[in-house]
Every structure is written in C-alpha cells, then in structure tokens.
Design a protein around this ligand. Structure first.
Ligand code: HEM
Length: 288
C-alpha cells in the first residue's frame, strides 16, 4: 500500500475520482470527426475507471493508468504516487479501508491536445471508511490521458480537495485553529494577571494549577468553536462558585478578552462569535 493511501484514504479516493468523467453532464463539443472519435474513446476511460472504483477493484483501477514508472498520481494532500505499483497501492489501500465508496462526476470538460486529452472537473465521493462515519466531499481533478498500446490510460492524475460550496467553516477554523486559540487565551490570561483588579483571582495558584486552568480554558473554547478538542474540566458553576465574581469583574474580563483578540487582529465576525460563546456561560460565573 502506498504511503499516500495509508496517510490519507481520501487522497486515494480523490485520485480515483479525478479520472471519472463520463456522465450526462458532459456534452461532446462540436469537433472535427477525428477529435470527436478521440473524445469518445477518452470518455470510455472515465466509465471504466468509475466502474473499477465503485466496485473497489484495485487491479481494474490500476489498469486505467499507464503501466510505466513515469505514471503519476497526486493526492489532495500533495502526496505523489509515481509508477504503476504505487498507483495500484493507493487504490488497494483505499479499497481495503473502505466499507463503501461511491464516485460521481459533478462537472467537467475535456480538452483535446493532439493525441492527448485533458480532463478538468469535479467529482463527488461518498465514502464509509471502517470505523468512521459516512462522509461526502468534492474533489477538483485534472488528468491527462492518452492511447498507449491500443488502450486509453491516465498518464497523470492530480486531485485536490474542494471546500464544499456553501458549507460554513467552523469558528475554530475561522479563528485559525488550535495555535491561534491558545495564543489568544494566553494573552487573555496575561492581561488578567497584569490587572491589579483581577490579579487576586489568579493569585495563589501554583504553576501547575495555573497551567491546568489555562489548558482547560483553551480546550473549552476550542471545543465550543467546533474544534477537535474535548473539555474535561468542571462545569462553570462549580468551578467559579464562591469566588464572588461581580458584573463589574465580568465586564473587565470581557474587556481583556477583546484586547487579546485585537492583539492578534482577529476579525470582527470571529470576535463576535467567540464573545457570544463566552457570554453564554456568564450566568454561571457571575454571582453578584
Ligand atoms: C471575571 C471572569 C472570570 C474569573 C475571575 C475567573 C476565574 C477563574 C479561576 C480563579 C479559576 C480557577 C478555579 C480553580 O482552579 O479552582 C477558573 C476556572 C476556570 N474558568 Fe474562569 N474565570 C472567569 C471567567 C471565565 C470565563 C469567561 C471562562 C470561559 C471562557 C472561564 C473558564 C474557566 C475554566 C474552563 C476553568 C477551569 C475549570 C476546571 O479546572 O475544572 N472562566 N476561573
């Protein structure tokens, strides 16, 4: 199995997808009869590949590629499979890791360059990998195909992951991910600690306790923003009960958070969304 597939099953699927093109969405352009014949043959390759992919037949999928050390498959993570064995490995890995796979062509176009045909388009993959939930994604693909030894094959196939159109990005992603969130929280805590009025809340915490508090806040914000973190700390009421945090303390803390967000030039929309998350726990924290 190639490293591409081991590292990113999606990459394999993408590669496969890229070569699938024939569908009613494609109308043959008006070409000379020679070009028309080439197009019909080149489109047959798409059908062959789609059938191999959807039946999870790695031999048949690899047979759609040029049997040559120079054949190339580039996955969405940028990993390159060179040579027919590597290409076959990608598909074998993908197919054995999947419980089900479905490849459909969304749109695309064929361009004839002499005796070489290029296909540029989008494919949609619905996959159910073992132990994972089913998911659907769109790949942008560019492949080059040629008739070699009497058979049309892909000589090069490049696939990139496409953001699902219209799909909202999580706040976690919009903020810039984990490192960006951690940097903002560190700045927030630094500002709280540097404020004589707020310092008392953190005074007396051992380095270890302060580190745990920081990590809990990062995890909590990361999880609430839709990131891949799990908050394992106490609920907000329990954690803050008895501290006597007032409305005024809250407003001061909120000001420090805004200043921390501004220090990293977080855009207004993300700032607003993050403050909305934080405000949602206010009633559990403010006691007077
Ligand atoms: C005026 C505002 C706030 C003050 C003075 C404050 C103070 C504190 C202090 C002193 C602790 C440590 C408690 C302990 O270790 O026993 C704590 C815990 C914590 N706070 Fe706050 N906090 C404030 C607002 C917030 C806000 C807005 C959030 C959420 C974004 C938050 C999230 C947490 C979390 C996750 C913990 C850790 C809970 C745990 O360890 O189980 N706090 N807070």
């Amino acid at each position: 199995m190639s490293s591409l597939f081991r590292r990113c099953p999606v990459a394999l699927a993408i590669m496969l997808l890229s070569s699938v093109a024939a569908s009613p969405a494609f109308a043959l352009p008006q070409k000379s009869s020679k070009e028309g014949k080439i197009l019909v043959e080149a489109m047959e390759l798409s059908k062959r590949f789609e059938a191999a992919f959807n039946s999870r037949n790695a031999e048949a999928a690899a047979a759609c590629y040029w049997n040559d050390p120079r054949v190339m498959l580039v996955g969405p993570d940028g990993t390159v499979a060179m040579g027919i064995d590597a290409v076959k490995g990608v598909y074998a890995g993908l197919f054995s890791a999947a419980e089900s796979l479905k490849l459909e062509t969304v749109d695309g176009t064929y361009i004839v360059h002499g005796d070489v045909v290029q296909w540029i388009g989008h494919v949609r993959v619905t996959e159910k990998m073992k132990g994972a939930a089913e998911r659907t994604y769109t790949l942008r693909a560019v492949d080059w195909r040629r008739k070699i030894g009497g058979t049309w094959v892909y000589v090069s196939d490049t696939v990139t992951m496409e953001e699902t159109p219209g799909a909202a990005k999580s706040l976690y992603k919009r903020l810039g991910g984990y490192d960006a969130i951690a940097a903002v929280i560190d700045e927030f805590i630094k500002r709280m600690d540097g404020d004589p009025k707020m310092k008392r809340f953190l005074a007396g915490l051992s380095q270890d306790s302060a580190g745990k508090l920081r990590q809990h806040i990062v995890d909590q914000v990361c999880a609430a923003a839709g990131g891949p973190c799990i908050y394992t700390g106490r609920d907000m009421k329990t954690a803050h009960k008895g501290m006597g945090i007032s409305e005024d303390d809250w407003n001061t803390a909120a000001g420090h958070l805004v200043a921390a967000l501004d220090a990293f030039s977080v855009p207004e929309a993300e700032k607003k969304d993050l403050l909305a998350i934080v405000s949602s726990v206010k009633a559990d924290i403010v006691e007077k």
